[in-house]
Write a protein that binds this ligand. Sequence first.
Ligand code: HEC
Ligand code: HEC
Ligand code: HEC
Ligand code: HEC
Ligand code: HEC
Ligand code: HEC
Length: 419
Amino acid sequence: MMKDRLSDLVKSLTLVLFITLSFASFAQEIPTDAAAISAGEALFNGNCKSCHRVKQKLVGPALAGVEGRVPSVAWILDWVKNPAKKIATGDEYANKIYNEYNKSQMTAFTAYKDAQILSILAYVKAEAAKPDVAAVPTGSGDVAGGGNAGIPSSYLNAIVGGMILILVLMVVILGLIVSALKKFLNQKELSEDDNQIVNSPYTFSTVTKSSGFIFVVIFIIAAVGFKTTIDGLYSIGVQQDYQPKQPIAFSHKLHAGAYEINCKYCHTGVLKGKQANIPSPNICMNCHTQIKQESPEIQKIYAAIGYDVKTASYSGKQKPIEWVRIHNLPDLAYFNHAQHVNVGAIECQTCHGPIQEMEVVKQYSLLTMGWCIDCHRKTEVNTKDNAYYDKLNELHASAKKSKMKVEDIGGLECAKCHY
Ligand code: HEC
Ligand code: HEC
Ligand code: HEC
Ligand code: HEC
Ligand code: HEC
Ligand code: HEC
């Protein structure tokens, strides 16, 4: 009896153990389904791509075939969650690559679930299996910036020129007709009154002295003057295309374009608050402790933070890098990045233009009140997956047929943008 029970217990325990083990090994297998691969792609692009490529060495090793070189898939899971800890435990492989990569510290992804890391590996594996395609550089042609839609101004000039020509011709023809008529009438017997009218001294000087002519001329001059003044006033403080020289020849075309480093990796504030922030040298140093140490431009970063490349030590003497601010609203206006980028899901490029193609950043949009208002009139509110808008959406749908625009949630109220 007792023995039966015992063997039953052993059997069921074995089963449980077996199931657990198979689950554990299942969980550490790299998935191959399309869903995992695409989830992995998003994670890789968002978090790993700044330092890793699949087939190319960057700040860290190329990740293709990584599951074959490291001790085990489980090792990768531990490593990604906390590389520093893995190194500290004295793990042989971890210390080997750490030294190989000049002790640059990989970011820890402590919040990652195993499944997320496995999906990244799935993506890497799928990418690695693809045949090599020659890298095509992203198009560098300048996207037409804020060009005027409608008739090009050269056409307008031609049309105005043509009209003036026609007017001149008409004056000449009318003059010819008048003189022909005069000749004809002078051959006839006319009364004193008629004669005076026909032969009245209708010369150029009588025209220019007439009050009607003087009025028209003064009106035209006043109108042109008024328009120029207004245009001038509107452009005060507007500095589209402003492109100052920066203290370090930092290129967005290289970093954000060719190396596809995510904007948010450097401009860390965009999702959280008002300011996008200019990255601190700290962020540059994630890569430039290793990359291009010899470049005079990179040495300017070292000089600013008092870093000695030879000894990899800091002197403690620091001075700020004086980046020249390009975009600048007057103090009376309030603009918040998180509101637009995070909640509104607007791409940086919508407002800043093709930054990833700019060697030197320039101000792309006007940044006038009209520019803000115009977009608020045209743009639909992004209500997707945002419970905050559920009720509002319902109310809006019951009152209006058109989609909910920013103006419908108060985007045109003075106090929303003015302190
Ligand atoms: C800030 C740069 C940086 C980021 C971001 C980064 N890594 Fe790394 N990674 C490194 C460096 C550098 C190494 C080489 C080891 C060292 O120096 O610590 C490395 C090593 C590795 C290794 C071991 C590779 C091998 O061939 O042995 C794996 C696996 C890895 N990283 C995965 C990831 C994954 C997955 C992500 C994204 C979730 C990621 N890394 C994000 C810098 C980074
Ligand atoms: C490697 C870090 C890095 C990345 C990635 C990066 N930037 Fe920058 N960005 C900078 C630095 C440094 C400056 C200040 C120097 C300058 O103006 O070039 C700057 C300046 C700017 C400015 C002008 C700020 C001002 O003074 O008004 C804008 C706009 C901008 N970045 C947008 C972007 C966008 C959009 C992306 C992504 C396509 C991006 N940045 C990616 C580092 C970065
Ligand atoms: C994620 C990695 C990474 C970060 C972060 C980064 N860079 Fe770079 N940077 C690179 C790479 C890669 C190159 C190209 C090196 C090459 O041409 O071999 C480069 C090149 C440069 C160059 C050109 C050097 C030369 O003489 O050719 C400058 C200047 C530069 N970076 C400045 C900066 C500044 C300033 C920051 C911080 C705001 C920064 N970088 C942040 C990866 C990075
Ligand atoms: C809806 C338009 C809009 C979008 C979208 C937008 N910006 Fe801006 N950005 C602005 C305006 C306006 C300013 C000037 C703000 C000021 O002077 O207070 C600015 C300023 C900046 C600056 C200068 C420094 C600062 O913090 O003010 C940087 C850097 C910047 N933007 C980067 C970005 C990046 C990166 C993204 C995308 C993640 C982005 N912006 C998306 C409109 C936008
Ligand atoms: C590319 C289009 C675009 C431009 C340009 C733009 N905005 Fe917006 N703005 C939006 C969208 C979309 C929202 C709605 C975000 C949301 O869902 O809350 C918004 C919301 C706002 C809000 C909050 C309104 C509310 O009722 O909650 C303020 C304030 C604001 N914008 C200020 C500005 C200012 C100031 C400028 C110009 C410097 C500007 N915006 C330029 C698209 C734009
Ligand atoms: C969507 C945001 C937004 C709204 C809504 C808005 N403004 Fe503005 N306003 C701005 C911005 C941005 C500027 C600065 C533009 C510049 O310097 O050209 C500005 C500038 C101004 C100026 C200064 C003009 C100048 O050229 O310096 C006045 C006055 C003004 N706004 C009044 C108003 C009034 C009144 C309302 C309500 C009817 C209003 N604004 C609504 C964004 C807004």
